[in-house]
Write a protein that binds this ligand. Structure first.
Ligand SMILES: Nc1ccn([C@@H]2O[C@H](COP(=O)(O)O)[C@@H](O)[C@H]2O)c(=O)n1
Ligand SMILES: C[C@@]1(CO)OP(=O)(O)OP(=O)(O)OC[C@H]1O
Length: 160
């Protein structure tokens, strides 16, 4: 049996925060604001995984009112959700994600992001993980550099 999931997330870009996307710290004059480390890409992926197994969303599992998740490492949150996916008997089919950001340039960091995501989601091969980036042609909040958005879609396959 196969299950599909999708996720979408947005975080504001502000001064004085590290820019952590896809588990990678990207050198940039601004960073993403959130209760956790605000890793917009990993949050979208985590929501896609939760969606595929019918388990709600990231805020339900890790409330932003809980001090336990203040400055949380989103890799750890995704690892936790991946354990839930495995408990339900699924493995990864494939994952496709898009980062929507006017800046910084994501392309140089995408190989590292893919490696990290592939490791956490126990992918058999790198081709199961695809990460893309696009500007929004200077339009809207992403285009003005006020924030970064990400979306993800995943396919999970029941083992056995
Ligand atoms: N933050 C970004 C945005 C885009 N890219 C790469 O540039 C290509 C062109 O982007 P357009 O929005 O002008 O179509 C895109 O396909 C990405 O490869 C990027 O690295 N970082
Ligand atoms: C991850 C959590 C928890 O620290 O906080 P944020 O970093 O604000 O991120 P969001 O995308 O709003 O997702 C849910 C939250 O509960």
């Amino acid at each position: 049996m196969m299950r599909i999931g999708q996720g979408f997330d947005v975080h504001q870009l502000v001064e004085g925060r590290p820019c952590i996307i896809g588990g990678i710290t990207i050198p940039y004059e601004k960073g993403l604001l959130g209760h956790s480390d605000a890793d917009v890409l990993l949050h979208a992926i985590t929501d896609a995984l939760l969606g595929a197994i019918g388990e709600g969303d990231i805020g339900r599992h890790f409330p932003d009112t809980d001090p336990a998740f203040k400055d949380a490492d989103s890799v750890k949150l995704m690892e936790h959700v991946w354990e839930l996916v495995k408990q339900k008997g699924y493995r990864l089919g494939n994952l496709d994600a898009t980062i929507i950001a006017q800046a910084p340039k994501m392309a140089p960091y995408i190989p590292q992001m893919r490696e990290l995501i592939a490791r956490v989601l126990e992918a058999d091969e790198l081709s199961q993980i695809n990460v893309k980036a696009t500007t929004s042609e200077k339009l809207g909040f992403t285009g003005r550099g006020e924030g970064i958005a990400a979306q993800a879609a995943c396919l999970l396959v029941k083992q056995g």
